[in-house]
Design a protein around this ligand. Structure first.
Ligand code: PMP
Length: 427
């Protein structure tokens, strides 16, 4: 039984000693004390089905025993920066990660977060091309440091500090986008950005395969191959941000970009790579990686033995337990069931996503697509009361983000849909 401080006590400390910009879901924030596979437990031992997985972070399941074993064994043996000495953990994981990559993508740089990974990727693209301009998509999220905040394209996440050299292309969003699903028209916008906003030469293009923070927005079919082609014609590198969509989450493939049939020049990742431990990575080709030999590039904790031992265990669990196949099977089933729910509830404007990265957008008017901002908060509270945790996001904050641990079962999907159905009926 839990004998730590109460939720109220923790909330008081948080208010007094932590960043005032922290926010939390729910009017009475949950005190989560334990996690086990697809479940989280509060201080009274109440169990919740976790359909958000710490923002698509936990892929194998909370505290998966194999991952816990790998990091505890390593923690007893050695834990520090190994950049200056040899240690097998970093090499073993880099090799295993490279084996999951297409083409010549095989040189790995480890970081501690997605932001750091994208900062490094953007810098490498600039160094390699000798150009400065980066293009990202509106509604994207790529991080919150100087460069990545520039690439992030939602005002909710931007502070007024210098964010130079980034252009934001019209988002090829099939639901809300100006051109519907017409990939050619969106690429025309990208083309015009290059023609009118740059010298004609760019450093690169960065995009998620499915926008996570942006509200599980899938890009119009055919957009990415055309965008990559246009950007490469302008001398730019194509960066795939796999921080949320990577690591088997989309089910049909291991990486989100594979669902679009493209091969990027640089791939960045974090979140799922460590199943909850701080770890990120950039993977690129040997040729592009050469740019970092011009100076020292050093990251004290990037690739430390503790996190890379954990990362290797994550890859092994994904394979051993067939979690990609599970994400595909359960994700398709869940999406079908959510679509049926849409027939019943007028408030569901859209159901979208792939594998176990699904979104349900709530609108008060299907024609006008008016965001149901308050309704979603009430529905989330109801769902919590019934034992289900789900995420929310999107530019208007009106999209349920369903990104559970990949061990989610069909029974979990049924329970989830039942609870969402009841919550929406109560509105
Ligand atoms: N890229 C994407 C697609 C993300 O969703 C996030 C985090 N929400 C990041 C980058 C930044 O990762 P981190 O918070 O680990 O810096």
């Amino acid at each position: 039984p839990y004998d730590g401080p109460s939720a109220a006590e923790i909330a008081r400390k948080r208010a007094e000693f932590l960043s005032p910009s922290l926010f939390h879901f729910y009017s009475n924030p949950l005190n989560i004390v334990e996690g086990k596979m697809q479940y989280l437990y509060d201080e009274r031992g109440r169990r919740y089905l976790d359909a958000f997985a710490g923002i698509a972070t936990v892929c194998c399941g909370h505290c998966h025993p194999d991952v816990v074993d790998a990091i505890t064994v390593q923690a007893r043996r050695l834990q520090h920066s190994t950049v200056l000495y040899l240690n097998h953990a970093i090499g073993d994981f880099a090799e295993a990660l490279a084996a999951k990559m297409p083409g010549d993508l095989k040189v790995v740089f480890f970081t501690n977060s997605g932001t750091e990974a994208n900062e490094l990727a953007i810098m490498m693209a600039r160094l390699y091309t000798g150009s400065h301009d980066i293009i990202s998509l509106r509604n994207s999220y790529h991080g919150n440091a100087a460069g990545t905040m520039g690439a992030t394209a939602q005002k909710n996440w931007k502070f007024s500090v210098v964010q130079s050299g980034v252009h934001h292309a019209v988002n090829p969003d099939p639901y809300r986008g100006a051109f519907g699903s017409d990939a050619d028209k969106y690429v025309r916008d990208l083309h015009e950005i290059i023609e009118f906003g740059t010298t004609g030469q760019v450093a690169g293009f960065i995009s998620e395969a499915i926008q996570g923070v942006g509200g599980i927005v899938e890009l119009s079919p055919g957009y990415l191959p055309l965008a990559y082609e246009r950007v490469r014609k302008a001398g730019g590198l194509c960066i795939a941000d796999e921080v949320q969509a990577g690591f088997a989450r989309v089910g049909s493939h291991f990486w989100g970009f594979e669902t679009h049939g493209v091969v990027p020049d640089i791939v960045t990742m974090a979140k799922g790579i460590g199943n909850g431990i701080p770890l990120g990575a950039v993977v690129t080709t040997p040729e592009i990686a050469q740019v970092l030999t011009r100076r020292c590039y050093f990251n004290t904790f990037g690739g430390n033995p503790l996190c890379t031992a954990g990362g290797l265990a994550v890859l092994r669990v994904l394979e051993k337990e067939g979690l990609q196949e599970n994400a595909h099977a359960v994700g398709s089933y869940l999406k079908d069931r959510l679509r049926s729910l849409q027939d019943k509830h007028e408030i569901i404007g859209d159901v979208r996503g792939t594998g176990l990265m699904l979104g349900v957008e709530l609108v008060t008017d299907r024609q006008l697509k008016t965001p149901a901002k308050d309704e979603i908060c009430h529905a989330m509270e109801h769902m919590k009361e019934m034992g289900v945790l789900v995420g929310k996001g999107g530019f208007y904050g009106n999209v349920f983000r369903i990104t559970p641990p990949l061990c989610f079962t069909k029974e979990d999907a049924d329970f989830f849909v039942g609870v969402m159905d009841t919550a929406l009926s109560k509105l």
